[in-house]
Write a protein that binds this ligand. Sequence first.
Ligand code: FES
Length: 95
Amino acid sequence: MATARLRSIAEPAQSPCRRHVFVVCQGEQCLHRGADELLDDLERCRLRTEQDLRIGASDCLGHCELAPAVVEDGQVLGAVTAQRLRVELLRLGLR
Ligand code: FES
């Protein structure tokens, strides 16, 4: 059920400004491995960027073996570190 909801908010933007959607798991395993810091990093990025960056938090995404898990534009990323998140944001032109 959560997956269907994630897909609906991650659909491509209709405007020329590309929308990016990140959902950070806030389940126990992911929180234990720093997911709350990833959420803070994304929020700081959202405040700086002029692009359409949407951020959400989720209960367990069902990928605990990948903790901390983040969904980036509908794709699950696993073992996300602050450095990897920075690389992803750079790749998307969000930093
Ligand atoms: S706690 Fe994050 S995927 Fe399960």
